[in-house]
Design a protein around this ligand. Sequence first.
Ligand code: DX5
Ligand code: ZN
Length: 222
Amino acid sequence: MIAKTFHDRVIAPSLLAADFSKVGEETTRAINAGADWLHLDVMDGHFVDNISFGPAIVQTIHESNDIFLDVHLMISRPDHYLPRFIAAGSDCITVHVEAEHDVADTLDRIREAGCLAGLALNPATPLEDVIPFLGKIDLLLCMTVVPGFGGQPFMEDMMDKVRAAAAFRKEKGYAFHIQVDGGISAETAAISAAAGANVMVAGSTTFGAKDMAAAITEIREA
Ligand code: DX5
Ligand code: ZN
């Protein structure tokens, strides 16, 4: 699956900040506002202290439109639930390195299914923990908040990790995207891009904006 975008900077509004009573309309609103990808935060109430939605919602969104679905699994057993998220129509599936699974095997299975494979790390997790897997991913997600909730402040000290990941990628000749997630605004997108990130997840500042198209343009151009 090729990412359906040709922008240098990919803007991925997070549905977590949308109005859940009209998920279809909210998705259309994001598409019309210029979203490149739609970021779907799946939380199991165990890996993180919140519960959001599961594969049925991913499938509903997939069936109603064509946007690239960037599925962020904040769940303890991504290996167990993986087939359901593949069948639901995910385009990229990101799993956490801290979850309870055989990380290399899960990443292989995601790619074998024809999806992009993403690997996420929490703010407290050092880059060293993901180094063994960087040759088999399409996207590295450096969390810029502790996952679980939208609307938290951006942790600028994560930029050292982003810079180190970008340097490692260059040294090895890898091509994975570097994504940041949490507290992204025009200002923090600029900081993240300068550090080497190219995929910006933004919830509150996109779905929560008065003018979503203007907000996305600002994040793209900052
Ligand atoms: C946090 C989620 C994020 C969240 C971002 O656990 O992974 O994707 O929706 O929300 P904002 O952009 O509001 O920080
Ligand atoms: Zn997320």
